[in-house]
Design a protein around this ligand. Sequence first.
Ligand SMILES: Cc1ncc(COP(=O)(O)O)c(C=O)c1O
Length: 412
Amino acid sequence: MATLAINGGPKLREQGWPQWPPDDPGFLENLKAVLDSGVWGTGGEWTQRATQMMCEFHGAQYGVALSSGTTALDVALRSVGVKPGSEVIVPPYTFIATASSVISVGAIPIFVDIDPDTFNLDPTKIEDAITEHTSAIIAVHIGGSPAAMDEIMAIARAHGLKVVEDCAQAHGAIYKGRRIGAIGDAGAFSFQSSKNVTSGEGGMVLTNDADVFSRSWSIHNCGRVPEGEWYDHRVMGWNHRLTQFQGALICRCMELLPEQFERRARNGDHLRERLQEIEGIELQKLTDPSNVSAFHLYIFKYDAAAFDGLSRDRFLQALAAEGIGAARGYNPLYREGVFADNVHMDEFPFAPRYYAGDVDYAQVSCPACEHICDAGGFWMPQRYGLADEQAMDDIVDAMIKIRDNLGELKEA
Ligand SMILES: Cc1ncc(COP(=O)(O)O)c(C=O)c1O
């Protein structure tokens, strides 16, 4: 008789997983307050309050609430002074917006490989990619685990580059005792539905630099300046404002975040500990042992050799059947059609006018990222981390069950 659920055996975990966003009466209370206030957009208090809460939590002096994380990256890049035709160093193991925001400001994404254990930008590979055109580095805290900020900042300062932190997945994450977001010149956050703090859609730039703040504020508010009149547009800007309804949802999320952050971290520690029982699977390594990941994703490294050659994708099928869903994750960004096929190159704002270089993304090779994407990595979403310790045990026990019954998968 089959033992593995994929072959008709009993499922290891029958129980479901926590829902996201959580069921909490505070959301409705806040939304009703906005509705009743009659101020749904500009001039309301909720986006301001949300911004203040984000600033306080992350130790940042200034913040600007925005319509999405993609917009936050765009605004951050413009505000730190990235110019059309310059190059911006980005990792290829991230969401498309990290690179497409660079394109949208007229600059050129230059992909630098990730560290195969931390899944974050490999700082030892950055300097080789710096040219006379380089203007900035985007440090993505992937999965919520902080990038190697000390090394990245040191390289950036030595070469006169700006650093934008992509914090879309990293609300509250701690790097060497300090929360991320304002370690670099600007931090870009997302409040999209899946994120650890959400308002359905939304974003925010945090910074400790008064000039970066002032530019971000103007860019997001049609080029106005704080001391100016309503019809006084001194900076090139757009309407990237967040509604008060979204501000109200963020405020409630920020109240819930500390407990959720602790729970995800506690569960992450337990998972890491128990995974020591399984050769061939480990959790994303921290760039410093003192760091605390926000665990937006529980990212795992998978070594098929330790599973008798069982492919990652077949392993994930067997795991899903046991009641543990996991995703294979990203493609290396430079392999996405928009880059690899160069089909839209002539539409890229930099193409003929600003950039003398030659970009052929089909030639880019980042072996560590390719291995993780093709065969060696997978992840589980943050709502899994809101479950209890038993759920973490179920994850590991399901993996052990598969390892101990590999013969069944071979025969199947
Ligand atoms: C790493 C990263 N950067 C940027 C973004 C873009 O955020 P948004 O979806 O709010 O535009 C995301 C969202 O998935 C992300 O994961």
